[in-house]
Design a protein around this ligand. Structure first.
Ligand code: UDP
Ligand code: MG
Length: 317
């Protein structure tokens, strides 16, 4: 068997001030694996000079490909673009800000190549320094998500090595709104995890806003569980039981002739049932919106431009 070929997929969004050195560092670790590799950079519609830097990278280094999406589609879509364009026998997915330590790459490749694991997952041993709000938010999100979807993703990260077969399985999942972490858990296969510590981001800021995270959370839950819809049914049953009891009591009082104007009950019932109905409609609406998104069959992303290193560069490699 010849040398294996590995594609390293890196989504990049507004990282002009660190992407050049970071790719150099990642390349150094890659060359330690004695595998052939290509680095596939996906510019997720950056508004700074990231694309210019990526162009420079392809001009000065061998084995680099870059795609530019036509606008900011979000990291999930950028990962899709990467996974669909990747040709390697295995793909490594990592962030561009070195928060996913490249020094783990040789070990990941070894586990895949020598021990036959098809998925090597980086799991967060310690979450890096985060604000308490972020930490609490993340904990709550993962708690709800694992309860609903049945996958424990608290320590899961997007830092992974996937075998070709896993990438193909992943590609057979047709949903337009993807949640990479959940989908790569869902496909199964022979997997192993290796812990790593999240480093502090050196330059630039995290690209996630609270709103983006909230959207990701809703997307993750609704993609992997229809349990919220069943809560609606469950609440309906609880209220049915309650109303039976109340109904019997009311009738009893009516027959006995001791019925009186029970405004408190009426108001309370209105409030409770009203809010339960609204929440239920909201949940149903969220799923319908999701169906609507899916039936539109829009592409997950649009590639505006594609460049790669010149061939004569790779001879020197
Ligand atoms: N990213 C992206 N599109 C986005 C937001 C982020 O491609 O809309 C990339 C970003 O350049 C980085 C990775 O996704 O390579 C992780 O982003 P970030 O470091 O901001 O997230 P965090 O580490 O805070 O989870
Ligand atoms: Mg980061």
């Amino acid at each position: 068997m010849g040398k294996s070929f590995i594609t390293v997929i890196i989504p990049v969004y507004n990282e002009e001030n660190q992407i050049f050195e970071n790719i150099n560092i990642i390349r150094d670790y890659l060359s330690k694996t004695e595998m052939n590799f290509e680095i596939l950079l996906i510019d997720d519609g950056s508004t700074d000079d990231t694309w210019f830097v990526l162009k420079m990278l392809t001009e000065t280094h061998p084995g680099i490909k870059a795609l530019r999406l036509s606008r900011n589609f979000g990291k999930e879509a950028a990962l899709c673009a990467g996974l669909e364009a990747a040709v390697g026998d295995a793909c490594i997915i990592m962030d561009s800000d070195l928060q996913h330590p490249p020094e783990l790459i040789p070990e990941m490749v070894r586990l895949w190549k020598e021990e036959g694991y098809e998925v090597v997952e980086g799991v967060k041993a310690l979450r890096g320094k985060e604000s308490p709000v972020n930490k609490a938010g993340a904990n709550l999100f993962y708690y709800i998500l694992s309860k609903f979807s049945g996958f424990d993703m608290n320590q899961a990260s997007d830092f992974k090595l996937l075998d070709r077969r896993v990438v193909q399985a992943w590609q057979s999942m047709n949903e337009k709104n993807t949640f990479f972490r959940g989908m790569s858990a869902w496909v199964g296969f022979n997997r192993i995890s290796i812990p790593f510590n999240i480093r502090k981001r050196e330059k630039g800021t995290s690209k996630w806003s609270l709103l983006k995270l909230f959207k990701l959370a809703i997307n993750a839950i609704t993609s992997f569980s229809s349990f919220p819809l069943q809560i609606v049914t469950f609440m309906g049953l609880v209220f049915l039981a309650g109303s039976l009891i109340l109904g019997i009591q009311t009738l009893y009082m009516k027959i006995k002739g001791i019925a009186y104007s029970g405004f408190t009950t009426v108001i309370l019932l209105l409030l409770i049932i009203g809010s339960a109905l609204m929440i239920s409609l909201g949940i149903i609406g969220t799923y319908i919106a999701k169906i609507y998104e899916e039936v539109k069959q829009r592409p997950r992303y649009i590639v505006a431009e594609e460049i790669e290193s010149r061939k004569e560069l790779s001879v020197k490699q």
